[in-house]
Design a protein around this ligand. Sequence first.
Ligand code: CAA
Length: 240
Amino acid sequence: MSRVALVTGGSRGIGAAISMALKEAGYTVAANYAGNDEAAAKFTAETGIKTYKWSVADYDACAAGIAQVEADLGPVDVLVNNAGITRDAPFHKMTREQWDQVIGTNLNGIFNMTHPLWNGMRDRKFGRIINISSINGQKGQFAQANYSAAKAGDIGFTKALAQEGARAGITVNAICPGYIATEMVMAVPEKVRESIIATIPVGRLGDVTDIARCVVFLAADSAGFITGATITANGGQYMT
Ligand code: CAA
């Protein structure tokens, strides 16, 4: 029986590449998504990967969605907390709603997804939790007080939970992508984007597969000694 992996935000962008790479590596994959039915249907048609709709910002929806995935595919061994949104604005213009939305999805979302799965992983003495944080959680970013706070929080969550999971065979790690060529980054005004690319030593945006390969590495059964780690894949833009 192949291991089961659940990828949030798994039908588009970095998440889609992660879902496909895990499938290629032999996992049975479930891809969660929040809203874009058309993209999810296209993704399933092209890849054969099942998609499941719920918002990671909603705890009860996560618990119900996970129960459905486990009924269909079996216990989840690998959770990739990838779902994320931006609501960029300089702080003097940032609204309470923009703050709450980003914290709700990018930080509360990883609690909401990990918590319902945690005891099952403890009982089975195996788990892989992989949290997709961001370079901007490490260095901060103008107009992203909300996003940087959430993504830094994801790293703290990772380090705390890694200590709790260690004796139970559960590893908890974070990956910090830099600027990757996705819809999210393409939404940044072109001039601003060009100025950001100028600060990336490799001289280009990353590719979604640059992140997916890190996930496959951390998900492996043989990666059991790697926990509480933060892997950066940012083209050298920020070196920690
Ligand atoms: N540092 C200092 N000043 C900056 C700045 C920066 N990085 N970026 C913008 N500014 C300044 C501008 O020059 C401008 O100054 P003036 O008023 O003196 O001209 C001011 O800040 C911005 O004013 P605006 O009224 O134009 O701002 P706005 O409300 O229209 O917001 C913005 C524009 C949202 C800040 C836009 O510039 C933007 O999207 N910036 C990019 C933010 C970013 O990098 N987001 C990352 C998205 S990708 C992602 O998040 C994925 C990941 O994990 C890496």
